[in-house]
Unconditional design. Sequence first.
Lengths: 402, 264
Amino acid sequence: MALRAQTGPYFGDFGGRFVPESLVAALDELGEAYALAKLDPAFGAELAELGRSYTGRPSIITEVPRFGRHAGGARIILKREDLNHTGSHKINNVLGQALLTKRIGKHRVIAETGAGQHGVATATAAALFGLDCTIYMGEVDTERQALNVARMRLLGAEVIAVKAGSRTLKDAINEAMRDWVTNVATTNYLFGTVAGPHPFPEMVRDFQKIIGEEARQQVLDLTGALPTAVAACVGGGSNAIGIFHAFLDDEGVGLFGFEAGGEGVDTPRHAATITKGRPGVLHGARSYMLQDDDGQTIESHSISAGLDYPGVGPEHSWLSAIGRAQYRPVTDDAAMQALRLLTRTEGIIPAIESSHALAGTLDLGRELGPDATILVNLSGRGDKDMDTAARYFELYDEEAGA
Amino acid sequence: MTARNTVGPVIARRNTEASGALIGYLPVGFPTLDESVDAAVALVENGVDVLELGLPYSDPVMDGPVIQAATQRALANGFRLADGFEAVRRVTDRVDAPVLIMTYWNPVVQYGVERFADDLAAAGGAGLITPDLIPDEGAEWIAASERTGLDRVFLAAPTSTDARIARVVEASRGFVYAVSTMGITGARADVDRAAREVVDRLTSAGAPASCVGVGISTAAQVREVLGYAEGAIVGSALVKALADGGVSAAGALAAELARGTRAE
């Protein structure tokens, strides 16, 4: 079977539905609605039209030769999801799930968010479709992504700062699940990544795979050949699966996911789930996760809120297990240096999340050599990260700073 | 090692000699391991028929704020999985009530499902309640509990289809845990009448015993639930009593709740 044909609930040994019984009916309802929508040309047409006239699809590709010189002279091509409306790939998934919400007749959406990109995208779709919207965000993340909190509130969403546990993305997911268990009759959960219980990993992937479908053709048109490698950052893994998927059965194309190595994978402060974790059950699916000997989730760390997650989508665990994709860690500092390098060499300010893919690509280019072509998913733009970057690189005037 | 003291006979007996069974929940290790054991014993001494001991977990998606706060404190105090077996052993040494462990699934997976079953049976435990394990994903646990004779309590919800209700009834042993509202755990002013409907559907599907949890905090609510279910499950209210007033307060609330198992 073609790897691209793999569907949920299981990807090899990974995936499933490890959820309270209270949620099963909602997951079934969502799964059935999605299965019907997939077969309905009107749904596909409506989503495609939203992509064209609202998101700005297809997103362009940009070749970055000045950056490529630092990557061993490899030919580097960026897929510009940062240019999407709302500033990242998250909008692709959200528009699909918001359309589904309308189809199943619910009027309220909830979502978790880490960096705030998925929350902003969800609040945007809620404004567009006239849905009530509540966003759960770890308190730590509301502090480091205050601008996105303001954006969500301006869009009309209620933003709830989650104070439980590590007060980051995983706790926001727990709180959103509690909300869903309580309000399932009126509420749809717009899950932001390819993790969670079935049907989310498959459905979110399907809404994101347009990234790779477009990019595969765009690279062929530009270079006359498939790329040597495809690179993306991996937190939960939705932008990575989005760009990988079209290439899964292109055996000659290497797939590289770059996880958040934080302060280093030999320290406790990282979010390199596949590199350092082991299989377990978190947030409804069996997948790799960071955990202690007792199966308690270990708090992750990354300078990038969007990658600061101790789990990963089950399809990535499967692609790693079968050797189809490689997952490597990138430290906070390497990502920040890559952020500055792309900015200075190409005039493109990437999100810190995406900068992990850029940093990994610098090493990958040196490994693969100047004949290689590497397609990198620039999954988000860096506007939201200006405060972090300004502090990291000491860009504020002293009076204005700190 | 085979389970000795399972819950089915106790629930059956309490439905003969009283109006049903009172089931009390406390997390292991809150506020300390010793006090959680003492509190569990106090519940039984004050009329709780079956104990549920919860294993603190980092990502408790079914728990409300009271239980979350308690289990987070237990984790901060250094709770380890082995403490769960230790607590079961110490409680069953002191009182006869059957003791179920309530746990999210990942700790069992990491410990090893077979090994977990063996160690729970060896400690004198009755079985497991698994809030985030549905029968669809439960093959390994069903096999391990068949082998060891442990009870396995799955959940049923108001939104469960008839087919799922039937599956839960078939897969469960001991009782079926009927979630009484669509919500998470936490005391509520009214026990949802949805619970009555779930229990009716479970009974029609052949469940020998259904116990209602999530939302019960008074003797009157216990009495109301036992009017249609075989057991009433109280969690957050007992945890709050323990948090606010210590072991004696938890015992006092248990005695009050137990009034609901007797005719007025």
